[in-house]
Design a protein around this ligand. Structure first.
Ligand SMILES: [Zn+2]
Length: 529
């Protein structure tokens, strides 16, 4: 026992100097991750009991921290979903060429998605439309001169290098994509991922297709209403589509890697699909709480810190493990929210504006919880002045570089840079714009409401050992059961990250002016004030 007491005394002594220097060890953050990513919560699937328990846990922490409830039932904002699941045994996909029909293997050649509610039977010609983008502001049109009416679009993910990554990302969002195809008279889409930029290997993409998909049940929220079919094609088998067209998939990928506009042409094959969808309904939870500001006037404005709490639940086992714990994706971000809230409370931080902590559901189903929150905010919509989002920030090594998605879009980028520099941390913009991260997490629903937003992540230099660590993580653990609490994580680096986010929130909350879009930002178009 004695040595222990001695150690405690030592820690107490060290603790005072550490606290003075504000170097967190990440232990508290990790304790939250451990609970949220425990097997007991069964992967926190939207609408599940495990998710409900996770939401309850967050609400309890908010209560313990003395925050003001900002849900609809206390801290909770209930969200209703319609669920869809394809019965593959009663569904089929085939290509017909010169009157000869060839059955495709679902899961191997391609799969039929249910994010778009599929029509029971579809039969239509196919047109390869390059990247499938029509971007008036770049004077760019993949559909010009093509006969697309009543056809299904086949496109390669990505965009030409002549286009800014923000614009390319925006036009690749599900809603915008469908709006473009619809305006060209098309009825559905076949997406082929660029094999050089896939986050996860095809077998795992294919096995995730059995996940139940969801749509917000509230009317008017389905952004792909009217789309009859959405298929994802295995790039390794893409030549099945191109047979007889005079083009090969390899040739198209080579052009895309060179950043060029792609050729566009009609395909010989006609696509036939039959689908049977099982339907249901579930309710899930957003959780929201306010850390009140101190300025009589500015406290009615809110800085949002957001993170999604849902993950994939239980799925097909990989290495005998079927629970998708989602420790980094995104128990880590929710734990960061709680850690920042704890810090504000215990350090009695005074901010002029209020801070609104928003933990959302349904991210993995297509950013649905944040879409719902941004459409049904629990504070006046115009009083939300910023969103700082964290999603899978990946503290796998020391925090030397911070990647800021949206860095050059608004004054929030400048604030992030200033705070990071004070801590000796470098800041960089999105290093791989082709992965569309800026539109792939919850900040995008705030962006579309005109609210300046950033998403912050651990960064690395190209070709560095950190880059290799992240790449390996994405390949082996992203959306796999091994994203659990038994993986190596740099806890102290996570603690430093949370400290940085807390300081960023303070800086923005105390600034005289509310955050603003840069005059030349593409996303400024959504600004309402
Ligand atoms: Zn995810």
């Amino acid at each position: 026992m004695k040595p222990k007491i001695w150690i405690v005394a030592c820690i107490a002594f060290l603790g005072s100097t550490l606290l003075a220097e504000n170097v967190p060890d990440g232990a508290r953050w990790w304790s939250y991750v451990e609970f949220l990513a425990s097997d007991k919560l069964e992967g926190r699937n939207t609408g599940s009991e495990g998710h409900r328990q996770a939401a309850e846990f967050v609400a309890k922490q908010f209560e313990r921290e003395g925050l003001t409830p900002a849900g609809e039932k206390g801290y909770i904002q209930p969200v209703k979903f319609n669920t869809l699941q394809l019965d593959e045994s009663k569904s089929s996909l085939s290509l017909e060429r010169n009157g000869k029909e060839q059955a495709m293997r679902l899961g191997e050649d391609a799969y039929i998605g249910t994010r778009v509610d599929p029509a029971p039977a579809v039969e239509a010609g196919l047109v390869f439309v390059g990247y499938g983008l029509r971007v008036p502001e770049s004077d760019y049109d993949d559909f010009a001169g093509l006969d697309t009416r009543g056809k299904i679009a086949v496109y390669l993910g990505g965009g030409p290098s002549s286009m800014s990554s923000a614009i390319a990302a925006h036009y690749q969002s599900a809603g915008q994509r469908w709006a473009t195809l619809k305006s060209a008279g098309m009825i559905g889409a076949v997406a082929i991922p660029n094999p050089h930029h896939m986050d996860i290997p095809w077998p795992r993409i294919a096995s995730n297709r059995f996940q139940m998909t969801m749509q917000l049940a509230a009317p008017g929220m389905d952004e792909t209403a009217g789309e009859q079919i959405a298929i994802t094609w295995n790039p390794a088998h893409a030549d099945e589509l191109f047979g007889g067209s005079g083009h090969t998939f390899d040739e198209l990928v080579t052009e895309a890697e060179a950043g060029k506009q792609l050729p566009r042409f009609a395909l010989l094959a006609k696509l036939k699909a039959k689908t049977l969808v099982k339907r249901g309904q579930v309710e899930s939870q957003n959780i929201a709480a306010i850390y009140p500001g101190s300025d009589p006037k500015l406290k009615s404005e809110y800085i949002v810190m957001s993170a999604h709490i849902d993950h994939l639940g239980i799925g097909n086992p990989i290495n005998w493990d079927s629970i998708f714990n989602g420790a980094m994706d995104n128990a880590s971000g929710v734990a960061a929210v709680l850690d920042v809230a704890d810090h504000f409370k215990e350090a009695n931080v005074k901010t002029k504006r209020s801070v609104l902590f928003v933990v959302v559901t349904g991210e993995e189903k297509g950013l649905l919880g944040s879409q719902y929150y941004a459409s049904n905010p629990t504070v006046p919509a115009k009083s939300i002045v910023a969103d700082i989002n964290t999603d899978m920030f990946l503290p796998l090594y020391p925090l030397k570089i911070l990647t800021v998605y949206g860095l050059d879009e608004s004054s929030l980028g400048d604030d992030t840079r200033a705070v990071a520099q004070q801590m000796g941390i470098k800041v960089q913009p999105d290093p791989e714009p082709v992965r569309n991260v800026f539109i792939r997490s919850d900040q995008y629903n705030f962006v579309r409401r005109g609210i300046p937003s950033v998403k912050v992540d651990f960064g690395f230099e190209r070709g560095s050992k950190e880059a290799a660590i992240e790449k390996k993580w994405l390949t082996e653990r992203y959306h796999a059961p091994s994203d659990d609490v038994n993986q190596p994580v740099d806890k102290q680096a996570a603690g430093t990250f949370n400290l940085l986010v807390g300081r960023l929130i303070e800086r923005v909350a105390d600034a005289e002016a509310r955050p603003a879009w840069k005059p030349n930002s593409f996303f400024r178009r959504y600004a309402t004030n």
